[in-house]
Design a protein around this ligand. Sequence first.
Ligand code: SAM
Length: 257
Amino acid sequence: MEAEDWKGIATNYEENILSVYDNDQDRKIESIIKKLALKKGTAVDLGCGTGKFLPLLSDHFKNVQGCDYSEEMIDVAKKSHRNITNLSLTVRDLREFSSKIKPSDLALCINVILSPSISDREKIWRNVRKSVRPGRYLVLVTPSLESALYSKYRLVEWNIRKGNASSQALTEGFETTDENGKLISRGGIINYGGVPTKHYLEEELTCLADRFGFKIKSLEKITYPWSTEFSNPPKWMKSPLPWDWLTLLQKQQFKNR
Ligand SMILES: C[S@@+](CC[C@H](N)C(=O)[O-])C[C@H]1O[C@@H](n2cnc3c(N)ncnc32)[C@H](O)[C@@H]1O
């Protein structure tokens, strides 16, 4: 997706985007932010969208920055948070380096590195790294490939329980644009709401963290209700719930790179 594709989404944000802030029932991100709070420190929300996490950051850090490449998202964030005095918001494409964003004590990057283009993702990763001070932290949320595949299994189960023949149960409700499975097997790309979206394996995140000079402090599931995957999910569909990966990373110095 490009910046202009997020235009309509900014105005109908609640209907179009899974809000991690609203669906994080255990408030896991909130408790990480509170644990890492630095009253004299700085925080940045990279790809902040409409800025749901910004009030929390501004309560726990001296100066907070938010950036997004969608002007509309930044406009909505500016309107919603005009009363926050320690906040600055800028339009910025994370694929490009910007000297305006100073390295922070805490960076959030919540469901932003979703591009199906590996070269775009590499650029974003490099700039995300530059946005964190050495020894300080990055809170990363990424879609889980395991969860996406597991959700497809639950859809098949739903079809079987409805009485569909097993072959029909396998095909019903599935999108067929990736007929040969190239996108999913080579890149972990799955259509989410019609948009090709990068999904990550747990082990892949471990490798990415290492390559971009971060130490993993924790890697856990952030679970959501089934209503985030399916409209009107049946009552019997309970745990295990679908999830994103929530990773807390600490920036290391690169060794001999
Ligand atoms: C799924 S939304 C998440 C928004 C916010 N982090 C949240 O959790 O509410 C993804 C956001 O990333 C932004 N984004 C995607 N690619 C970007 C890029 N290359 N540079 C800056 N922002 C980007 C989009 O504009 C969008 O606002």
